[in-house]
Ligand binder design. Structure first.
Ligand SMILES: CC(C)(COP(=O)(O)OP(=O)(O)OC[C@H]1O[C@@H](n2cnc3c(N)ncnc32)[C@H](O)[C@@H]1OP(=O)(O)O)[C@@H](O)C(=O)NCCC(=O)NCCS
Length: 150
């Protein structure tokens, strides 16, 4: 489905600039502070397993990523549910199946760790993203997100 060969690999702490670079191309998207905290949690905390992935093209440029979280308790047992926090593909590389490839490999990776369900939050007005997740076999959750203005 891709024009060029895309390799999916585990995200490393060194991918910070590439990940932030893609994130900054997307409007209304969490940016530097969010990714600073996220990378700290993912790469410095022993409580979280490295499950985030990047997609890179043939010359090694990162063109997309998926950030997820899998908490590892003190007993070393992983929960059956995990979170997909963010998925993003460089706007110049979209509609080539990279998003689908990232999701598929992320699911595979999580499945091997014993995860049975993935959760993600999507803006109810973002019909494109809802469509993307639906095509990738996600369905609406039975939980609803409650909120209150202060
Ligand atoms: C959502 C997102 C990750 C999808 O990435 P992507 O790489 O474009 O995803 P895909 O290429 O797998 O699929 C996108 C569409 O392209 C189509 N497509 C895939 N390969 C194609 C090809 N070779 N030619 C034409 N169309 C193709 C897919 O069928 C899909 O269309 P559909 O939704 O109508 O079925 C990307 O649009 C994005 O980064 N969005 C903004 C970031 C964001 O809001 N992230 C969410 C926070 S969680």
């Amino acid at each position: 489905m891709n024009d060029s060969i895309i390799r999916i690999r585990l995200m490393k702490a060194d991918d910070f600039d590439a990940v932030l670079g893609i994130a900054e191309k997307v409007r209304n998207f969490p940016r530097r502070e969010y990714y600073n905290l996220k990378f700290e949690k993912l790469f410095k905390s022993i409580d979280y397993l490295p499950v985030s992935l990047v997609a890179e093209n043939e010359d090694g440029t990162v063109v997309g990523f998926v950030v997820g979280e899998l908490y590892q308790g003190e007993d070393g047992i992983f929960p059956k549910e995990a979170i997909l926090d963010v998925i993003s593909v460089d706007p110049l590389c979209r509609n080539k199946g990279i998003g689908e490839q990232l999701i598929a490999e992320f699911m595979d990776h999580m499945r091997k760790l014993g995860v049975q369900k993935l959760n993600t939050l999507v803006d109810a007005n973002d019909s494109k993203l809802i469509h993307f997740f639906s095509v990738n076999k996600f369905g609406p959750s039975k939980n609803i997100n409650m909120e209150r203005n202060l």
